[in-house]
Ligand binder design. Structure first.
Ligand code: PLP
Length: 305
């Protein structure tokens, strides 16, 4: 349970989320989001108990599985109001996938790699650190030279490593700008297309999306037909392998345990994504493969034999 201050600050936000989500019949993500908010509130309360202080909160910007864009600005704000010392945002999926504005988000630290949605080879990433009175005390954990000359210069050379991934960034920027609207255009088209394809799949399978369109960026969760009999996490892995081996389809899946007494519930969600190289046919192929499985009365129990 949330207590005292945290509950009163979280309540308006919960109300907004509940209203937004209920419109879309997305109870599964609604419940997850509420659980996360409650956990955050509880953790903040616990951290503050007996006059202690929360030193650091770590929050994802775009969760991976199931995928949803977190209302990060609001969560950072709650942390601030609750007196959390510093907020770190793990935004591994964010750059090139959703809108990112450091000033608006207001976190102390924000990190995203560029190899998920920004066409770079691994392992290239950036770390943003907000200037604050504490900044001079911040150091790279591995300093070769330049100790005390600022985090950026301390991080520039940390010994003999393979720095070639960093050299690719200018070419990637040039590549991205060949597309209409640059990265903004790519993000918008990815978002619009993944929503369209998600809705197409949900309609074809008689299921629903895992989250409303405004809570997804370039990835979306789509319910799989209940008759596939996905009854645990292992089934999602086996089904994923089955689709890869037999249909040439690679798609991650999420298992959602049914609530007590729930009958015929959707227990499996596929996470589909869109990037510039995807074609509508990729999603039609997935649709047809699942329809074929359903038509053949396939269930996941067949995969355990
Ligand atoms: C939220 C989150 N954090 C971190 C990672 C790992 O990122 P990296 O590939 O940069 O190690 C992932 C990968 O999916 C992720 O989703």
């Amino acid at each position: 349970m949330l207590m005292g201050q945290s509950r009163s600050r979280l309540r308006p936000m919960l109300r907004v989320l509940v209203v937004r989500l209920l419109k879309f019949n997305c109870l599964f993500l609604l419940i997850l989001m509420m659980k996360s908010l409650v956990s955050l509130g509880t953790a903040l309360e616990r951290g503050k108990a007996e006059g202690r202080k929360v030193r650091l909160a770590v929050i994802d910007h775009v969760t991976s599985m199931p995928c949803v864009v977190i209302p990060i600005k609001e969560l950072v704000q709650i942390c601030r109001e609750e007196g959390v010392d510093q907020v770190f945002v793990d935004a591994a999926h964010a750059i090139g996938c959703t809108d990112v504005n450091m000033k608006e988000i207001g976190a102390d630290y924000y990190t995203s790699n560029l190899h998920k949605w920004f066409f770079c080879p691994p392992s290239i990433a950036f770390l943003y650190c907000r200037k604050s009175p504490k900044s001079p005390d911040l150091h790279h954990p591995v300093v070769s030279h330049e100790y005390g000359n600022g985090l950026a210069i301390e991080s520039a050379w940390i010994g003999t490593r393979d720095y070639s991934a960093q050299l690719v960034v200018p070419s990637v920027l040039e590549f991205v700008n060949r597309f209409e609207g640059g990265i903004e255009g790519i993000k918008k088209r990815n978002h619009d297309t993944i929503v369209e394809m998600g809705e197409m799949l949900a309609k074809a399978w008689g299921t629903h999306l895992g989250c409303p369109r405004h809570m997804c960026a370039s990835m979306i969760m789509v319910g799989l037909p209940a008759c596939l009999g996905i009854s645990n996490e292992s089934d999602t892995l086996k089904l994923r392998t089955h689709l890869r081996d037999n249909f040439g389809i690679e798609v991650p899946m999420y298992y959602r345990a049914p609530k007590e007494g729930e009958v015929g519930a959707i227990t499996g969600y596929a996470r589909i994504s869109h990037q510039v190289y995807n074609k509508d046919n990729d999603y039609y192929k997935f649709r047809d493969a699942v329809n074929q499985l359903v038509g053949n009365k396939f269930t996941c129990t067949l995969l355990s034999k």
